[in-house]
Ligand binder design. Structure first.
Ligand code: APR
Length: 246
């Protein structure tokens, strides 16, 4: 849909126009109503250590047991939680027109998948449920909720680390390319539940707006993420109304 020919539409009209391609970017706020702590606000520290220190390769090199205990704690939190209406609304919208949504999440939980989203989910910052070999980089799905000893990779017998993108690390080429492709084909960008503290959402929202792509932000509070429309509220309440069909 070219910006020059775009008739004035509301966020709901744009998101329910089944000819539109949508790039959806979600952050920790979309999982908050599932009981998964967000980073900035409730989940900032664990055992007295700030998450920016825990999600860090330097700390992992020095204290691998501590870091694994933090991720195992987070696995145990997510293991007893489920998707909320926000996750379900996105899955339902995608089901109406398969392939119409590019879903990129900064979250490492699998609540989008649990909600029945069956297209590809791009986990921009990795996945709680994957381990990575520190010798060869191979990743594998792994759902243990406890490790008596630090996990060793079946491929190399080397220490495994969480397959998470830590601070000062780069996003995978695949995640970057999938997001760029989603942006290039998007008629609408929907950003949900992110503070913008990490540049990702700010960057993509800015790129979208510079290209005249309708950009909609749903969040509990105003942030530095730019958008054409800012819809303040809980994702679990706003998204079912927003995406729930014409
Ligand atoms: N509905 C909508 N928004 C919500 C809700 C809710 N129910 N609850 C909280 N929020 C909002 C908060 O107001 C906040 O702006 O979600 C945002 C969560 O922000 P952060 O905790 O900073 O999470 P996020 O933006 O996803 O962090 C991005 O930073 O720590 C790194 O890699 C980590 O992926 C993470 C990245």
């Amino acid at each position: 849909m070219e910006s020059s020919t775009r008739k004035a539409v509301t966020p709901k009209e744009a998101l329910n126009d089944l000819e539109n391609k949508i790039l959806v970017i979600t952050g920790a706020g979309i999982s908050a109503e599932s009981g998964v702590p967000t980073f900035r606000g409730t989940g900032e520290t664990w055992q007295g250590r700030h998450f920016t220190e825990l999600a860090n390769p330097v700390t992992f090199a020095a204290e691998p047991r501590l870091i694994w205990d933090w991720y195992l704690y987070r696995r145990n939190v997510v293991a007893v939680r489920g998707p909320n209406p926000a996750h379900v609304a996105i899955a339902e919208r995608a089901r109406r027109v398969p392939g119409s949504i590019t879903l990129v999440t900064m979250n490492v939980d699998d609540l989008h998948e649990q909600a029945g989203y069956t297209d590809h989910v791009t986990h921009y910052h990795g996945s709680l449920w994957h381990n990575r070999c520190t010798a060869c980089g191979l990743e594998r799905e792994e759902r243990s909720l406890a490790y008596a000893d630090l996990p060793l990779s079946p491929c190399c017998g080397a220490l495994e680390r969480p397959a998470i993108v830590w601070f000062d690390e780069s996003v995978s080429t695949e995640a970057f390319c999938r997001t760029q492709i989603g942006l290039m084909s998007a008629d609408v960008v929907l950003i949900v539940g992110t503070s913008g503290a990490v540049w990702t959402a700010v960057q993509y929202a800015g790129l979208a707006m510079s290209r005249g792509i309708l950009t909609i932000m749903v969040n509990l509070e105003q942030t530095r993420v730019p958008s054409h429309y800012f819809l303040q509220g809980k994702a679990g309440e706003v998204l079912p109304e927003l995406l729930g069909g014409a």
